[in-house]
Structure formats: C-alpha cells, structure tokens
Design a protein around this ligand. Structure first.
Ligand SMILES: *[C@@H]1O[C@H](CO)[C@@H](O)[C@H](O)[C@H]1NC(C)=O
Ligand SMILES: *[C@@H]1O[C@H](CO)[C@@H](O)[C@H](O)[C@H]1NC(C)=O
Ligand SMILES: *[C@@H]1O[C@H](CO)[C@@H](O)[C@H](O)[C@H]1NC(C)=O
Ligand SMILES: *[C@@H]1O[C@H](CO)[C@@H](O)[C@H](O)[C@H]1NC(C)=O
Length: 428
C-alpha cells in the first residue's frame, strides 16, 4: 500500500457546473460553503465525485447543488424519503458486471446504478447483496486489494467498521473508537477520508490509524469556497484566459502542465482531473517553473537560472547536487521560455528563448548549444513534442508543427489554434 505523507492541498473537478445566477429558485438550494454534514460521498464511473445531503447532491468539487432525483431518479421515486445513508463505488476486478457501479443504501435497501441507470432487480434488501451488514448505515467506502487485504468495502455504523470481503462475502467487524462517527466516507487518489460535520479525518483503511493533524475543514480541500484554504485561490481559468508555464509527458506516460503555483495531471481519469500545488510533488520548487522537459527517466525543471533534475518513479526525487546553474548544466544563459525533447532516441533538448530555438546535445559533456535557429514566433510559454508533432503554447492558443524541421524552416507562424477544455481542463 502506498502511504503518501503529503497533504492533499487542493482539488478541482473537471466537470464544472455553472451557477445560473439569473435563476429564481437558486436561493432555495443549500450552499456547501455554509458547512454541510454530508450523508454520503461517492465517485461515479467517470470519476465525478458526488456529495449527497438530504434530497440534494453536488457534482464534483465545484458548483451548486442539484436535486438528487435529476441524476438518480429512482432513489426518490420509490422511497420518497429524500436522503441516502451511504454510498460507494464498487471496485470488483473479478466481477466486471459490478465493477464501477455506485451502490446506495437507504434504511435496509440497496440500489445499484451504472451510467446513472438503476440496474435490473434493484432496489434489493441489503441482506440479499451484503449479508451480515447492518442496515441504517452511516457510511461506506470501497477498498481495493493492495490497499486492503482483498477487494473490500468498509461499512461504518457508529464506531464499528464492518469490513466486507467482496469475493468471499465474509465480514470482519472492528471498533475504531478513536475515529469520529463517519457520516460519509470517501476514497480519493489512494487515500481514505472519514467525513464528520463539516470536517474530515484521513485514516488508514486497515488499521484505522490517523496520522497528522485532523480534523480538517472539508471546505478548504474538497470544495472551492471563498475564504477557505490553501490553493482555493486557483480558479479554473476560462480556456480563453488560460496561460501555462510548462507542459511535459514523462517516461511513464504521466502528463502534466504547470501554471503559477499549481500543476495538473492530465492522464488520470478514474478520479477525475485535479490541480495541486507544485510543491506537493516537487517540494523544492517553491516558486513555480519556467520550463520543464522529460528525458529518459528524469524530469528537468528550469526556474530562472537554476535547473532541478528529478528522478521519476512513484515519487519524484531531486537528484543530489541539484539545483545547478543553467549555464553549467545546459550551456544556456538567460530566461528559458519552453523546452522539449521529441524522443529519447534523439538526445537533443530544444530550448525556446525569445525568438530563438536552441538545440542542446544531452549526451555531450559539458553540454553546449549545437544549433541555433530563428523562430517565426516569440513569447512562447510552453512546448510539447510527441508522435503527433510539436505544440507551442502561447496564452490561450497553441501552434502546431509537424516536426522540428518544419518549425525551424518556417518563416511565418501557422494559424493559432484555441486551447480546449479537453486539452487542459479549462472552462469552455
Ligand atoms: C424531483 O423531485 C421534485 C420534488 O419532489 C419534483 O418536483 C421533481 O419533479 C422531481 N424531478 C424528477 C426529474 O424526478
Ligand atoms: C449511458 O446512458 C446514456 C443516456 O441514458 C446512453 O445514451 C448511453 O448509451 C449509456 N452508455 C452506456 C455505456 O450504457
Ligand atoms: C471541526 O474541527 C474543528 C477543529 O479543527 C473543531 O473545532 C470542530 O468542533 C469540528 N467539528 C466537527 C463537527 O467535528
Ligand atoms: C504515521 O506516522 C508515523 C510517524 O511519522 C509513521 O512511522 C507511521 O508509519 C505512519 N503511519 C501511517 C499509517 O501513515
């Protein structure tokens, strides 16, 4: 199991609901920034996290409340009691018919949804599907094998946690008196959170152990509320206003962009797309970055006249002796706008500086600029090169070139294209 010690700093959901301020009924909806004790929290099959309270839900970490029955109609139709006790998303690698379904618990009934449709045969009595689990639950959360001993679900009621093994249908009950009563529980990016009141406490799903300073206020972490927290200052920008500092894809296929103090991972889907402080993963980079490129199993991060080289892996580790001076490390002086390597076979990093493109041979010692080309563009923010060609980002636009040769031979800039929400999770 991965025990990450970093604190979750901020998070932003991809799906952004727009508050329609013209709408007269809006005042009737609850506001989660008032401090809400949620009934249940669960992601759906697309990685959108749902927060439930009474007959309302919130989709993702931004946006207003909606009536739950718009998204999960039968919860309301059949019971008309206007709330859920608990919900979780199933992780069942052995039975793909159930995998990624959302299960809801109301009193002694269970509902299984996929793609927001109620599955045939539901609702059922809880003991048909989950024998040995008490009804009128407080909360539930998935716990996949690797994090728990087997693919399991943790069901909370009072201070008892019933650990349900999905394949053997056996239950082990533990009592975690040191944890608050969890009115909702949530697994997110391999961590486990017990929500109580407007607070949450992170716990180890096997031992119940709580490390670090808890409780914390959920409004500073799982939603974006004015005057709360960390990073709440990062607003998902409009695509027409976005400006990034750097972009890269590492050896392992992890894709990132960097903007001011934050970065966003572009290739994680099951839990949605989220922005974090750069210092969460690269703790020495306290002032952001100017340019980033990946070469072999390393990430080169340039800020002012310093180069930080990190070894990639489950975590990024700064290589001993770094940061080093840019001139010493790459043979380049002055501000770097963007940098990219097209393939590891090429051993050349292309550095954009003003209206110039500099090639640096990464196998040479010491490294020196081997070629210099004039560019038809200036004020580039970031650059990426992959099998599809080169993208040079400038403000809310990007320029596409098929190859370094077409870039260096062209005398006029191609037509700028708009950055889309698909590319960088900005708001359309
Ligand atoms: C949801 O519930 C409200 C209040 O009971 C009702 O007016 C509305 O028609 C319902 N909407 C749907 C889509 O079922
Ligand atoms: C999901 O539901 C939508 C709308 O009901 C439907 O158009 C789509 O085909 C469904 N997708 C799957 C994978 O079942
Ligand atoms: C939330 O946490 C604060 C301290 O961080 C505490 O004062 C407050 O009582 C907590 N509320 C609940 C409902 O746990
Ligand atoms: C909790 O923190 C202690 C001390 O830092 C550490 O030894 C232990 O492994 C941590 N446990 C968990 C579950 O993170």
């Amino acid at each position: 199991m991965k025990l990450l010690t970093q604190t979750l700093l901020l998070c932003l959901a991809l799906a952004l609901a727009h508050r329609n301020t013209d709408h007269d009924d809006d005042h009737a909806l609850p506001n989660r920034c008032d401090g809400i004790e949620f009934d249940a929290i669960s992601p759906d099959e697309k990685g959108v996290t749902y927060f439930f309270k009474g007959p309302y839900l919130w989709k993702g970490f931004h946006g207003p409340a909606h009536p739950s029955n718009e998204s999960f109609q039968e919860l309301d139709d059949i019971h008309n009691i206007g709330h859920v006790d608990a919900a979780f998303r199933m992780h069942d690698a052995e039975n793909l018919d159930d995998h990624d379904h959302i299960y809801f618990f109301l009193d002694d009934k269970v509902f299984s949804y996929y793609n927001h449709s109620l599955e045939e045969g539901y609702p059922k009595q809880m003991n048909e599907d989950f024998p040995g689990i008490p009804d009128h639950l407080d909360s539930a959360v998935e716990c996949p094998k690797g994090e728990c001993g087997a693919n399991s679900v943790l069901f909370f009621k009072g201070h008892d946690v019933h650990v349900y093994d999905i394949s053997t249908k056996t239950v082990k009950t533990k009592t975690w008196d040191h944890l608050p009563v969890c009115t909702s529980a949530f697994r997110w990016l391999e961590h486990y959170y017990c929500f109580h009141g407007n607070n949450f406490t992170r716990f180890n799903p096997v031992t119940g152990e709580v490390n670090g300073t808890y409780p914390k206020d959920a409004r500073a972490y799982f939603m974006s509320c004015p005057n709360f927290g960390h990073g709440g200052d990062y607003k998902v920008p409009k695509c027409s206003e976005i400006k990034i500092d750097a972009i890269t894809t590492d050896d392992a296929g992890k894709s990132y962009f960097f903007a001011g103090p934050i970065y966003m991972r572009l290739d994680l889907h099951r839990d949605g797309r989220h922005a974090f402080r750069i210092t969460k993963s690269w703790k020495e980079l306290t002032n952001g970055v100017d340019a980033v490129f990946s070469y072999t199993d390393k990430m080169y991060m340039i800020k002012d006249d310093q180069v930080y080289i990190y070894k990639t892996g489950p975590h990024y580790t700064l290589i001993e002796g770094y940061p080093k001076n840019l001139k010493e490390e790459l043979g380049v002086e002055g501000h770097v706008d963007a940098a990219f390597v097209c393939s590891d076979d090429e051993h050349t990093v292309h550095i954009v500086q003003g209206k110039k493109l500099l090639d640096v041979d990464l196998t040479a010692t010491p490294r020196v600029v081997t070629q210099e080309w004039p560019l038809p563009l200036s004020d580039i923010d970031a650059g990426l090169c992959d099998a599809k060609g080169i993208q040079l980002f400038k403000g809310s636009h990007y320029y596409h070139y098929d190859s370094v040769a077409t870039l260096t031979l062209s005398r006029i800039a191609p037509h700028p294209e708009d950055i889309t929400s698909e590319m960088l999770s900005c708001q359309d």
